[in-house]
Design a protein. Sequence first.
Length: 146
Amino acid sequence: MDTLAELLKVQIDFEQSHLLFPSIVEWVLGGLMLAIIVVHGPELLAQWRNGALRSCLAKWQVDKKRLFGCLALTLAYFIAMEPVGTLYPNSGIGFLLTSIVYGFALSRLFVHDINRRKWMLIALSSVLTPLFVWVVFAHLFRITLP
């Protein structure tokens, strides 16, 4: 009977429990990467050998600004979230404010031929999307956001 009780007993190590989901995501992404390599690897290798892929990679010079801009904005987003969040601790304001700025800056980086209508749509989606996520997670589910 003691053995059955031990099997049904749940112990949570709160110092390590937050690492479970990221580990699962990491393994799933690794598995998907392996599947892509297995399925599409031979085709990409053949394209590389006949030069078709090299000409495609040469065109990346056009989007180099967007690639490095996206990486820089993402890094700044993660770095700024905690200091902004300490202004109003345990409220998710850091997430909300930095996500609004990040969404606006990222959208502006990728949108071509900007006009008044696109500015309005970028501003609206940059405010409404993080606000929706913040309300759902912080207030509905009571999940603490940075």
